[in-house]
Design a binder for this molecule. Structure first.
Ligand code: ADP
Ligand code: MG
Length: 753
């Protein structure tokens, strides 16, 4: 039901109690005022009551109404958190959302981030035992289930952005439902015991349930409250799934938005976005509102930023554009710029991925430019390629994007596609669980104590064949034993946050005594290429690349490159500059420059920190080295960052990461095969290769060092289909190694031919 007038009127009464918890300094007074003017505030008591009276509640509310920032605070204020181990967890599909929202909420609560309010994302935990409200990615909550199977650390779990239907949120639906039931059973037992005790002493029965808000009956310790939140949601489906849970609708403040389509399909959406932004900027009053552009990812955003900054030079002094990008890999302090007030005589142009669709609300937007695309993970089970592709959005995404223009007044949404094309879009994007490889899912489910994968309570069940394929792959990887139980290796893989195949290879590297090399090899696969081959200088580039090349193929070529880079770096005793706030290296050279200027400015008048100076200098040197050797500086930085992370995880799990096999190429390739045995192909008489799984004709990609080479057998990182089926990232192997690597899979194949 929608909150009624009546409840709005009762607010005065309760807001007194609300204020008494309030902050003491003037900044927080302003924040408090802002909190109270959010649309959700009038529904505060109803929300608390509904959650108190029901095990599971579904909250649907317009983006920006205050669900994510306010509901956890309301619950904390209403006494849902009592002492340690009874906090509120709020899941987010995106890291950026978890970090930026928790920061905001910490400010509102008046606490240091990591104290009462914190966050936890992969590789970064900013919470403590005092944390009462924790924002975390859905993946992190899944990992917490591993160590705390009944999630006894929490009284309330809020699954936010449920409409996104990420794989992990979907698993959490089923897991939490089951955890809730188990905790209820525990509670029933406790109650029975208590009742027995009571009836011995007293004949009167106590009734724990109450509807009276003033009577602050604490939520029972074992009970787990589940709150499902979303901007748009198939609420009926969710309500059915959660045993007819009540649905609460929060009305937002939404002004009408005019939608404009292009007359013709656009061949280059970046170019169109550039023109549209300038047009809007020049044709409307700069004080009327800011512009939000939706793009597919970091590359798009950086390109458009460059274009706009170029155009900015031609704009009059009093009417400039201020671009503020936001995407996952952007350092935290850069991300925060989107929330800053626009300086006078400037118009803010926010360049965002679909993070700004429903996860975070940027104030002041009046115009939306929608490219119509996003990046989406897709899994093609036929050839086993997992890829991140730029794809058209769904109608429902397009509507969300449009809605962002109507927050402060009548807005306009410019769709960079035709109305005809809009009509052709899918209504919703299919749930990720139906688009992904399932091995990680199965491992996680198994590790969470769910044995019967085929009959798990999925909200949308994956197909039985794909589940069976996943089980077979895990069995071949020796993650599951004959009875389908997790092996020791399987448990390790479930604990290790990488694709199971890579986890296995890293695990086996101990046996092959080549952890150092495998670490390089696995990290290198996190980028498309380590090399740089400009179209106008291909010859020189390929000459430069020769010194890294290995006759064994691409894997050792990558290892050689990383080894040389390492030794150059160490001999120069220089340190590479990584940005501390990001999981990713700084990829924008302009930003690096700015950073080095900042560093200089910081020290001006004072003693310059010599370490900082050294870092900045060495970054330049390393970049120079990369340019000389036609190595992709941006990507190699990224690989180092990833390597550091895996290194830390391995060390934590007791594996010595310094163990090296020197240049024993065979060991490394055999070790690689222990995970990649299903990505092998055998030479055919005609010079092509035939894949062992799927028996397809495979060609070696021209980008490979193995291009046009004939060896008995190959292992590859991936297959891509353009005009032919190509193997990329290829190395030469001995056919007999394959059988050794996967006796369970290839036991019956005769390799003698
Ligand atoms: P919902 O989850 O319903 O989409 P949120 O709770 O995320 O809404 O946001 C509520 C309001 O708080 C929004 O109007 C938004 O503009 C504001 N807000 C959130 N984070 C920040 C921030 N870092 N700086 C300024 N305002 C913010
Ligand atoms: Mg939200």
């Amino acid at each position: 039901s929608r909150p009624s007038e009546n409840e709005t009127n009762t607010m005065g009464k309760h807001s007194k109690g609300y204020k008494s918890q309030g902050p003491r300094n003037p900044i927080n007074e302003a924040l408090l005022h802002q909190r109270q003017s959010l649309p959700i505030y009038s529904a505060r008591n109803e929300i608390i009551r509904k959650i108190r009276d029901n095990r599971t509640v579904i909250v649907v509310g317009e983006t920006g109404s205050g669900k994510t920032t306010q509901i956890p605070q309301y619950l904390m204020e209403a006494g849902f958190v009592r002492g340690f181990g009874s906090g509120i967890a709020v899941t987010q599909p995106r890291r950026v959302a978890a970090t930026s929202i928790s920061q905001r909420v910490a400010e509102e609560v008046g606490t240091r981030l990591g104290d009462k309010v914190g966050y936890s994302i992969r590789f970064e935990n900013c919470s403590s035992k005092y944390t009462k409200i924790k924002y975390l990615t859905d993946g992190m909550l899944l990992r917490e289930v591993l160590s705390d199977p009944l999630l006894l650390n929490y009284n309330v779990v809020i699954l936010d952005e449920a409409h996104e239907r990420t794989l992990r949120t979907d698993i959490l639906f089923g897991l939490l439902k089951s955890i809730q039931k188990q905790r209820e059973e525990m509670e029933d037992e406790n109650n029975k015991r208590k009742e027995n005790r009571l009836s011995q002493n007293n004949d009167k029965k106590t009734d724990g349930k109450t509807l009276d808000l003033e009577n602050k009956q604490p939520p029972r310790i074992t009970e787990l409250k589940i709150v499902i939140m979303s901007a748009t949601l198939d609420s009926e489906k969710f309500s059915n799934y959660f045993d007819n849970a009540p649905v609460l609708y929060i009305s937002g403040r939404q002004y009408p938005v005019k939608t404009l389509y292009t007359k013709e399909p656009q061949s280059d959406y970046l170019d169109s976005a550039h023109i549209s932004v300038l047009q809007i900027h020049l044709e409307t009053n700069p004080t009327s509102g800011d512009i939000l552009v939706f793009l597919s990812g970091q590359e798009d955003i950086e390109s458009l930023e460059k274009l706009l900054n170029e155009s900015n030079k031609n704009l009059p002094k009093h009417n400039k554009i201020l671009t503020t990008p936001i995407y996952a890999a952007l350092p935290q302090r850069e991300q925060n710029r989107v929330f800053d007030k626009t300086p006078p005589n400037m118009r803010k142009v926010v360049l965002a991925t679909n993070i700004a669709e429903t996860s975070i609300t940027i104030p002041g937007i009046r115009y939306v430019v929608d490219s119509g695309v996003h990046k989406s993970r897709d899994y093609d089970s036929r050839i086993g390629v997992e890829s991140l592709l730029v794809q058209p959005i769904s109608k429902s995404s397009a509507r969300q994007r449009m809605g962002r223009a109507g927050r402060i007044g009548n807005g306009v949404c410019y769709r960079l596609y035709t109305e005809y094309d809009f009509q052709k879009l899918d209504e919703n994007e299919a749930p990720e669980i139906n688009r992904r490889q399932l091995t990680s899912v199965i491992l996680t489910l198994k590790a969470s104590g769910i044995e019967d994968i085929l009959n798990f309570d999925y909200i949308d069940a994956p197909s039985i064949p794909s589940l069976k394929n996943g089980l077979i792959e895990l069995y071949s990887l020796e993650a599951l034993d004959d009875s389908g139980k997790l092996t020791k290796l399987g448990e390790w893989m479930a604990e290790f946050p990488l694709d199971p195949v890579f986890s296995k290879v890293l695990y086996e590297s101990v046996k092959y005594k080549c952890t150092r090399e495998i670490l390089d090899l696995v990290s290198a696969q996190s980028v498309e290429t380590l090399f740089y081959s400009p179209a106008d200088n291909r010859q020189t580039a390929s000459e430069a690349h020769k010194k890294f090349q290995s006759i064994d193929g691409d894997h050792w070529t990558a290892i050689n490159l990383l080894k040389m880079f390492d030794s150059y770096r160490e001999n120069g005793t220089k340190i590479i500059v990584f940005d501390q706030d990001s999981e990713y290296p700084t990829e924008n050279p302009e930003y690096n420059e700015k950073r080095s200027e900042e560093t200089k400015a910081e020290g001006s008048g004072q003693r310059l920190s010599s370490r900082k100076e050294k870092e900045v200098m060495s970054a330049g040197k390393l970049e120079y080295w990369c340019r000389q050797n036609f190595v992709n500086y941006k990507n190699i930085n990224y690989v180092f960052r990833v390597r550091k992370q895996i290194e830390t995880m391995l060390t934590r799990m007791g594996i010595d990461v310094t163990v090296s096999c020197g240049d024993d190429t065979d060991s490394v390739l055999m070790c690689l095969l222990s995970g990649f045995f299903y990505k092998c192909a055998m030479l055919q008489p005609d010079g092509t290769y035939r894949s062992l799984v799927g028996t397809q004709t495979v060609h070696i990609h021209p980008s490979s060092t193995m291009f046009r080479k004939r060896v008995a057998a190959i292992v590859y990182n991936q297959l891509v289909f353009t005009n032919k089926l190509y193997a990329k990232g290829v190395s030469s192997i001995q056919p007999s190694w394959i059988q050794t690597a996967a006796p369970k899979l290839y036991g019956n194949i005769n390799f003698s031919s």
